[in-house]
Design a binder for this molecule. Structure first.
Ligand code: NIG
Ligand code: FE
Length: 421
């Protein structure tokens, strides 16, 4: 490999590879699993790819990190990399695996600031939804928005997420609730990925986020299964299919039907599970071999046992519980039972309006009781696992993607010790 096709980071205050977390497949992470290298260094290959500038929108070519070639102590840098471009961090920055935001409703239009004010005045999320607000408010705005508007909104959000150290991010559809708009959203996500090689954007089909008002429940269920899912699979617009199984939304039986249809088309599965009420949907996720069961505020002990015994990652969203003033998920019970736990923003216009994953990690540390090692694993390897990307993402190891975050501080824990930096 020619020397300028390799870049080197030198003198990181600490470099956390996360190798041990990967070896344990994300369960019961401990300090020793962080793979901490003091005065760390990393050599990685780079590639030149097309991109669009975040600020000007101008198209061009850009050099981006490709694969990890070597990690170790700075004074042990192999001589073969000594003449490559070196970024000397002078002991001022920690380097960690790029954060993974594995539950994100990235693309929608409009806002719900008025509904937030109503909630602050005492109205509940369920009352607002029952009155035609909530998800339906955002569906109306999103159906009216042009592709270009949605693309611009998505790009601004990606730029913000990048500043917080996020390098891999999920993008769910779900604010279309008809074939035309659900496909429009996923096509916008595809365009966002083409414009943004600095990040990996993982599309998830969430046509079953709610029921649209203009057709019957049965008709929409049939449309999702017979029209939307096959169209999404045919155009390869999503990696996974998600369903909001909850009181007032999809029943367990409806969710099972949709997820089984998705699996038959070769899609992975995910579930918005046991959030507003216990529906035993976490157990369904485990039974179906879903990538993740997400939310879990109301998960039962049987659900916890089912997840711990399965390959399904428990994705907790404490920013959402905070924003809804709801009791938090039983994180310690899940962790102590041996479940693989990830933490994510759940960025959306109704129940979690932030892309600040580090701030959500602060909530997780304080209110879910996660240790430093658990926090680290939850936003790196375990979140990559929840997207099925753990072979490429989530730890800095030779051969994996060189997705890293040069943090603006010396110690990893400042990521969540400094609240909402
Ligand atoms: O993940 N739980 C379902 N969906 C979103 C909320 C969507 C909305 O209110 O717009 C969530 O919390
Ligand atoms: Fe969500």
């Amino acid at each position: 490999m020619s020397e300028d096709r390799v870049h080197v980071l030198l003198h990181a205050s600490e470099l956390l590879t996360g190798e041990g977390v990967r070896r344990k497949d994300g369960r019961r992470p401990e300090e020793a699993d962080l793979g901490r290298i003091e005065d760390g260094a990393m050599a990685y290959s780079v590639k030149t790819v097309p991109y669009e500038d975040f600020t000007t929108g101008k198209k061009g070519m850009k050099v981006v990190a490709d694969k990890v070639l070597w990690t170790g102590k700075s004074d042990a840098l192999p001589s073969e990399y000594a003449n490559s471009p070196i970024f000397d961090l002078d002991g001022k920055n920690a380097v960690v695996p790029g954060l993974v935001d594995c539950h994100n409703h990235l693309v929608f239009a409009g806002d719900r600031a008025g509904e937030f004010a109503a909630r602050c005045g005492g109205a509940t999320y369920a009352e607002i939804a029952a009155a035609g607000g909530g998800i339906q408010t955002t569906v109306r705005a999103t159906r009216e928005a042009s592709d270009e508007e949605l693309f611009k909104l998505g790009r601004a959000r990606l730029e913000e997420a990048h500043r917080f150290g996020i390098r891999t991010i999920e993008a769910k559809s779900g604010y279309g609730l008809n074939e035309k708009t659900e496909l429009k959203l996923l096509r916008v996500v595809k365009r966002l990925q083409e414009a943004t090689p600095e990040m990996t954007i993982v599309p998830t089909f969430l046509g079953a986020h709610d029921f649209p008002k203009e057709i019957s429940r049965e008709a929409y269920l049939a449309e999702v299964i017979e029209k939307q899912l096959p169209a999404v699979a045919k155009e390869k617009l999503a990696e996974a299919c998600d369903v909001f199984i909850d009181e007032g939304f999809y029943t367990l039986a409806e969710g099972r039907k949709i997820l089984e249809a998705a699996k038959a088309l070769g899609l992975r599965t995910k579930v918005h599970a046991d959030e507003l009420a216990n529906t035993e949907s976490a157990a369904l996720a485990a039974e179906l071999g879903a990538l993740s069961a997400d939310h879990l505020l109301k998960i039962s002990d049987a659900g916890i046992r089912a997840l711990a015994a399965s390959e399904t990652t428990a994705v907790l969203l404490p920013g959402t519980a905070f924003y809804l003033k709801a009791p938090h998920a039983p994180a310690r019970k899940l962790l102590d039972a041996g479940a693989r736990v990830a933490i994510s923003t759940d960025f959306n216009p109704g129940t979690s309006t932030t892309l600040n994953l580090p701030a959500v990690l602060t909530i997780a540390a304080l209110y879910l009781g996660l240790s430093r090692a658990e926090i680290f694993a939850s936003a790196t390897y375990n979140a990559a696992r929840a997207l099925g990307l753990h072979d490429r993402k989530g730890s800095l190891e030779v051969g994996k993607d060189a997705d890293f975050f040069v943090a603006p501080f010396r110690k990893f824990e400042e990521l969540y010790y400094r609240f909402a930096w």
